[in-house]
Design a protein around this ligand. Structure first.
Ligand code: BG6
Length: 495
């Protein structure tokens, strides 16, 4: 594909995300010949650093985090010679004049109007400042050629998200705005759509007549690491549920799109978010559980409790675990519970979506024939294991009729030789190409905030009394088990 010459400005160029994800992603795109023939990447940061020093720091990042390395010692230098660093004060007008001139100049050198991407990987309070200045200095007036990418968090609550959207709407066209949710770039997440809508096999049973309930688990083993300062203002509900988990839910619950048009897909997702039943603030305790990890042991290592982490208040009421039950009030999903859970310092790093189908309507086998352990189940293992599996009952070989559940598995690593791209590769490529399908539209973000607002309110009103309430290396607080056990189910872990 021939892509127009492109300049990528990364605000927060000396930050962690740039080193771990963005530069390695661009480097891999380069290796795959997905970068435009002519491109420049400019990292913008505060402290003065030379291009050389900047590249060496990024090289370390590439060596540690990139999917592919530089085996012949040639491809990284070739990629990195187009990477530069600029030290700029993001609040001063001078900086934006400088950026404007830089783009003009580069356009003259290339002899064409370049595409320009601004990637905002900065503290949330800086995003509106940068956006406003970019607009004031008329840097994004050419709506065809300029795109602005926003990292999460997108707002702190419904109110602030609305204000931010309103501001952006006054400065740019929605077609220029790319709100990232990196889960949408994951191969296995995108494959949910292929699985559902490129096959006619499952869609007829994808509804309340055949599906008993759905579970979404996004479990991590890490704690908050060095992000305590950010996390203590956020918590698991804002950090994971408002975005990643609800987006997974949308992929599972959405109606078939009529085309792969970005707005069509996003419309269908917004429909799901709007149909999620709003929990009354008074009923939140029946539908949502919060947890916070205590100090303890994880995989043979002693780890601090959340309240002892750097940047976290010693009596912090912030949750590091959430479990909740949602309903999607429409024809397809009437009375089908969606159980979700996510947390840090859990037993396993795993993201799973489980579709539990209803039991066979009439069981013709003698009761003792069956080990009925959860057949009729479809599981999407999103990560780190990547597969789709169907668990069903089968007859065990032998003279007796004995049934056991078996798995039919589609495994990515076995099915494909090529390695799958990282989420950020896919997403950055989409921005370069101008495809917004996998990005959050303003109304999508707001609808997701609306879903969690009652929970935020209820938890804000009443401080948790039992924190810390789960040990590292566990599956979260006991209440989370109770939440699902009350309905006669239990959480599905990796098969
Ligand atoms: C981020 C959250 O959006 O997603 C982090 O801010 C979390 O707290 C991360 O660790 C999880 O992403 P992944 O891709 O490792 O599942």
């Amino acid at each position: 594909k021939k892509l127009p010459p492109t300049i990528i400005f990364i605000f927060g160029g000396s930050g962690d995300l740039t080193k771990r994800k963005l530069i390695p992603a661009l480097y891999n795109l380069y290796l795959d010949h997905f970068m435009p023939e002519k491109y420049i990447v400019v990292g913008i940061g505060r402290s003065p650093v030379s291009d050389e020093d900047y590249r060496s720091k990024l090289l370390e990042g590439m060596e540690e985090f990139s999917r592919r390395k530089d085996h012949n010692g040639k491809s990284w230098p070739a990629f990195a010679e187009n990477v530069f660093y600029q030290s700029r004060d993001l609040e001063s007008d001078e900086s934006y004049k400088g950026i404007y001139e830089y783009i003009e100049q580069q356009g003259k050198t290339w002899g064409v109007q370049p595409n320009v991407m601004f990637y905002l990987s900065v503290a949330p309070q800086l995003a509106p400042v940068i956006a406003t200045k970019l607009a004031q200095h008329k840097i994004c007036d050419d709506t065809q050629h300029t795109r602005i990418v926003f990292e999460k968090p997108f707002g702190h609550d419904l109110q602030s998200a609305k204000e931010l959207n309103k501001l952006l709407d006054s400065l740019f066209k929605e077609e220029q705005i790319y709100r990232i949710d990196h889960y949408l770039g994951k191969e296995t997440v995108q494959n949910i759509l292929a699985f559902r809508f490129a096959n006619a096999l499952f869609e007829p049973i994808w509804n309340n007549h055949y599906i008993d309930h759905i579970q979404i688990t996004a479990a991590e083993t890490i704690g908050v690491e060095d992000r305590g300062g950010y996390y203590d203002q956020s918590g698991a509900l804002r950090d994971m549920v408002q975005n990643h988990v609800l987006q997974l839910l949308c992929m599972i619950a959405m109606e078939p799109p009529t085309s792969f048009d970005s707005n069509e897909i996003r419309n269908k997702k917004v429909d799901v978010l709007s149909a999620i039943r709003r929990i009354n603030v008074e009923d939140v305790h029946e539908n949502a559980v919060r947890g916070q990890y205590a100090a303890g042991w994880q995989k043979g290592k002693e780890v601090p409790g959340y309240r002892e982490e750097k940047g976290v208040e010693p009596d912090s009421p912030v949750e590091t675990f959430v479990a909740a039950k949602f309903f999607v009030d429409n024809w397809r999903w009437k009375n089908v519970p969606f159980y979700i859970r996510t947390g840090k310092r859990l037993h396993e790093k795993t993201t799973l979506v489980t579709i539990q189908f209803k039991e066979a309507p009439h069981y013709s086998f003698p009761a003792e024939a069956a080990d009925t352990w959860r057949p009729n189940r479809l599981t999407f293992s999103i990560q780190p294991q990547m597969d789709i599996r169907i668990r069903f009952q089968a007859k065990r070989p032998g003279t007796e009729m004995v049934l056991t559940p078996v798995d039919m598995v589609f495994n990515y690593a076995e099915a494909y030789e090529e390695q799958e791209p990282e989420a950020y590769e896919t997403l950055l490529e989409d921005v370069i190409e101008g495809n917004q399908t996998l990005f959050m539209r303003a109304d999508q973000v707001e609808a997701a905030w609306e879903v969690i607002t009652p929970i935020l309110e209820a938890w804000h009103k009443r401080a948790p009394v039992d924190f810390a309430n789960y040990s590292p290396d566990s599956w979260g607080p006991e209440d989370a088990e109770a939440l699902i056990a009350r309905d006669g189910h239990f959480w599905a872990n990796l098969p």
